[in-house]
Each structure stands twice: as structure tokens, then as C-alpha cells.
Design a protein around this ligand. Structure first.
Ligand SMILES: N[C@@H](CCC(=O)N[C@@H](CS)C(=O)NCC(=O)O)C(=O)O
Length: 215
């Protein structure tokens, strides 16, 4: 299915979302609606969908002839796994990541992002710690909790063994995030590839064909 991606800067997300009728995906600390990307606009059905998970579900239902990420009957468990992964990994990730994100943004977005992060975490961005050993250990432990679920299936790169599902993307995306922030040559990235006996390195390799966006 052909598609086009559009570049949107952080300060423009809310305005654009409202213009195209994209729903908020959560609430900010003050209770106001939180608009986020990705969002898709499907001209075939005149539908706008926000939130990665809902987008994946929508695409699967609307284009049933494409490769499946939600095998029949797996939807409930996938939703539960998704919640677990997000809770586990977000609870462990080093706040330093947010500083690294800030560093690569354009100035307009930097200003916006800094304000949003300081509000969310209740301290100045400059005080977000650098990647200390303690933080890194926490991140590694978070991943090893997820790895334990993978190990239960007794082999295969994916949580469903040899079958690729949405859950694998959900796990790999946090890894990819780090890769794009500091690059494949960075010590942090190389270290992460050794975690859990190279399990995540293998997963990233298996998902490589899906990493790039074709225009
Ligand atoms: N639950 C959403 C979260 C997406 C999200 O938070 N996206 C960030 C960019 S990575 C965003 O759009 N942030 C908007 C903001 O901070 O104002 C999803 O999975 O799509």
C-alpha cells in the first residue's frame, strides 16, 4: 500500500492534529489533552487514526491482505504484553535519553520539548542525570524482565517463536530509539547488543527489513 510521510515539528503537532481531526492519545499532567505522532490519514476510507497501537490495529483490519501482525485470537494477549512492555521499559529507561532527544531537535522543537519534559519530570532538563551506571543497570534489568518472557517460548527470535507479531516491534522500538540517538558506533549501543545473551541484537537483525521508510 503506497503512503507518504510528512515531517511535523513538536510545536505543530497539536494544531495539525486538530485540523485533521486526530484524537488525543492521552492527557497531560494538568489534564489537558495530549496530541501525539504518529497519526495516519487514510484517504481510501477518510479515516484519521492516532496512537501506534491503534494505527496497527486499524491497518490490519482495513487491509486484511497485507502481512498480519495480529494473528487471529492473539489480540487480547498482545494488548496485555504491550502494557507490560511499556510499563517495564519506561520504568527503567535512563532520563539521559531525553537530553539526547533534545540535542538532535531543531531550535523551535527544542524549546517546546524542554518545557514539556521539565513539566513531566518536575525538574530542569540540565538536572536530568547523564547515563550513570545505576541508570544503565536499571535499563538492563528492565529488558531482562522482558527477555524472560521471550525465553519461555524456547527459541525463535520472536515472542511467538518464529512468527513475527506487533509485540516484537513494541519491544524493538525502544532499542531502535537508542540506536538512532547515539549511533551504531556508540559504546552504549554496542553494550546493549550484548544484553540478554545477544537476544535483542538478533531481534534487531530480524526486523531490519522493516526499519526504513520508503518514500
Ligand atoms: N501512545 C502514543 C505515544 C506517541 C508519542 O508520545 N509520540 C511523541 C513523539 S515520539 C509525541 O508526539 N509527542 C508530542 C508532544 O510531546 O507534545 C503512541 O504510541 O503512538
Amino acid at each position: 500500500m503506497p503512503y507518504k510521510t510528512v515531517w511535523v515539528e513538536y510545536p505543530d503537532i497539536e494544531k495539525l492534529s486538530k485540523e485533521i481531526g486526530s484524537e488525543p492519545t492521552g492527557n497531560r499532567k494538568d489534564g489537558s489533552p495530549y496530541y501525539s505522532l504518529p497519526t495516519i490519514q487514510d484517504p481510501n476510507t477518510n479515516t484519521v487514526v492516532s496512537d501506534s497501537y491503534r494505527i496497527a490495529e486499524y491497518l490490519e483490519k482495513t487491509y486484511p491482505d497485507s502481512p498480519k501482525l495480529f494473528p487471529e485470537g492473539s489480540e487480547g494477549l498482545q494488548a496485555a504484553f504491550h502494557d507490560m512492555v511499556n510499563k517495564t521499559i519506561y520504568s527503567g529507561f535512563p532520563l539521559e535519553m531525553m537530553k539526547l532527544v533534545h540535542n538532535i531537535l531543531l531550535p523551535r522543537s527544542q524549546e517546546y520539548f524542554q518545557r514539556a519534559m521539565e513539566e513531566t519530570f518536575g525538574k530542569k532538563l540540565a538536572e536530568f542525570s547523564d547515563g550513570s551506571e545505576v541508570q544503565w543497570e536499571g535499563y538492563k534489568v528492565a529488558y531482562s524482565k522482558v527477555a524472560a518472557y521471550y525465553d519461555k517460548n524456547g527459541g525463535g527470535h520472536f515472542i511467538q517463536g518464529d512468527e513475527l507479531t506487533y509485540m516484537d516491534f513494541n519491544v524493538a522500538v525502544f532499542f531502535a530509539w537508542r540506536k538512532y540517538l547515539t549511533g551504531e558506533e556508540s559504546d552504549e549501543w554496542k553494550k546493549m547488543l550484548t544484553w540478554d545473551n545477544g537476544k535483542w541484537a538478533k531481534l534487531m537483525e530480524a526486523l531490519k527489513p522493516y526499519e526504513s521508510v520508503d518514500e
